[in-house]
Design a protein around this ligand. Structure first.
Ligand SMILES: Cc1cc2nc3c(=O)[nH]c(=O)nc-3n(C[C@H](O)[C@H](O)[C@H](O)COP(=O)(O)O)c2cc1C
Length: 399
């Protein structure tokens, strides 16, 4: 069965009177890379595969980062890792986030990405708060070890240099409020030749709870001369404009706000071009987007795997719409195109977008951790060069 391609411009778009002041169109410069709109799709493990990136790209402009891959997995040519390195032919800038704890593996992985996969932007993950990662000194724990951080950043920049590929990194405020790392990380990134740094305004201890601290983004933008990309709690295009205005960030990174709402990238492109609009698809239009997402996932991984992968997106797509429990259940267990069509056909296509969910958080939130799990004695010093952390990469799949 073929599914219809969602025609560009088929969405219900309303002019939003309250979506911010007029904004000068801006670009984002990351090294030699020029991004039309200062908007980056956040790397999200299990989400930002080639299908989702294309879906978002069809809506707007920006830089769309692949879900994170581990440097060691890539260097050792692990089949699952290589499988994640898929790109749509229309993806002009292949952007990949690397996770790693060892300068050697990170540099070797960068050479493979640039030399064999035609990657045009490498990002590094120093923000993952997942206990299985921080327990081994990876993700958000790593910037505490300033010297190790510098060694990894420099090694990756050097590895990418012959290819003239910009390298960025993404981090959090710190381990917890008593152990901030972001200002030092910014300075070290700048000294290491990093082209831009993204800051998620939460600590690892906060995970996804509470509110992102945009003041920290402003402080980092003040502290360094490289572009700072602000991240955390952008739910609408107006939030992005506000973040830029309040923090001086050079661009924004969009994570959970686009889950089940790829059209947010359309609103963002419009907003940054000074055309404030708000896309409010009705239920029929959302269904068409789901069909398109299904088609792209099936193209990437086959019908059965693709539609199984789609299940996790269903509650985000239909959040707030009048969809009964049994249909929601059916959508959440969909296994093929015919099955998907059976469920979508039961929906009222004219049901309007539920305006009350606008501006509200979506995706994971949870509660703060009582304590961030770290390796024994991790906080005792800030060097880290003597550590053997390569094992920290085993079994890591993002967060
Ligand atoms: C499902 C999911 C997976 C994520 N995976 C990654 C990842 O692999 N690498 C990373 O740097 N951040 C990851 N993040 C964090 C996001 O990139 C982003 O920093 C965070 O969600 C805050 O931005 P937001 O408020 O716009 O969602 C993930 C977030 C979610 C919700």
């Amino acid at each position: 069965m073929t599914t219809p391609h969602l025609a560009e411009g088929s969405f219900t778009t309303r002019h939003a009177a309250n979506i911010g002041d007029s904004v000068t169109p801006r670009q984002l410069r990351v090294g030699e890379l020029v991004v039309d709109t200062p908007v980056v799709l956040a790397p999200m493990a299990g989400i930002t595969n080639a299908a989702f990136r294309q879906l978002c790209r069809e809506q707007g402009a920006g830089l769309y980062v692949c879900e994170m891959i581990t440097s060691r997995g890539l260097v050792e040519r692990d089949a699952k890792t290589l499988d994640m390195l898929q790109f749509d032919p229309g993806e002009t800038t292949r952007s990949v986030q690397l996770y790693g704890t060892d300068p050697y593996y990170m540099a070797e992985a960068t050479k493979i990405l640039c030399g064999e996969y035609g990657v045009g932007h490498v990002d590094m993950n120093f923000g993952c708060p997942v206990p299985k990662v921080t327990r081994k000194g990876g993700g958000a724990a790593l910037p505490w070890k300033r010297d190790l951080l510098g060694a990894i950043l420099s090694a990756v920049v050097r590895a990418a240099e012959p290819y003239r590929i910009p390298v960025t990194c993404k981090t959090r405020k710190g381990i917890d409020d008593d152990h901030p790392t972001y200002l030092d990380a910014g300075r070290i990134a700048e000294q290491s030749g990093i082209s831009a740094i993204a800051l998620h305004g939460r600590t690892a201890q906060q995970a996804y709870s509470g509110q992102a601290d945009w003041d920290a983004i402003a402080a980092l933008a003040d502290h360094v001369d490289i572009p700072v990309l602000g991240n955390g709690d952008i739910w609408e295009a107006a939030d992005a404009l506000r973040m830029i205005k309040e923090t001086g960030a050079a661009g924004v990174v969009i994570g959970r706000g686009c889950l089940g709402r790829p059209w947010l990238f359309r609103d963002l492109a419009d907003a940054f071009a000074g055309r404030p609009t708000r896309t409010l698809p009705n239920l029929g239009e959302v269904s068409d987007m789901v069909r398109r997402h299904a088609e792209l996932l099936a193209g990437l991984m086959g019908e059965q795997r693709g539609l199984t992968d789609l299940r996790k997106h269903m509650s985000w797509y239909f959040k707030g719409f009048p969809v009964g429990g049994d249909i929601r259940g059916g959508l959440g267990t969909v296994s093929g195109f015919a099955d998907l069509e059976d469920q979508l056909r039961r929906l009222d296509p004219d049901a309007p977008f539920p305006a009350d969910i606008l501006g509200r958080p979506r995706g994971r939130q949870g509660s703060p951790r009582s304590k961030v799990t770290l390796p024994e004695g991790w906080l005792d010093d800030t060097c880290g060069l003597d550590l053997e952390l390569a094992a920290a990469e085993i079994g890591v799949s993002g967060g």
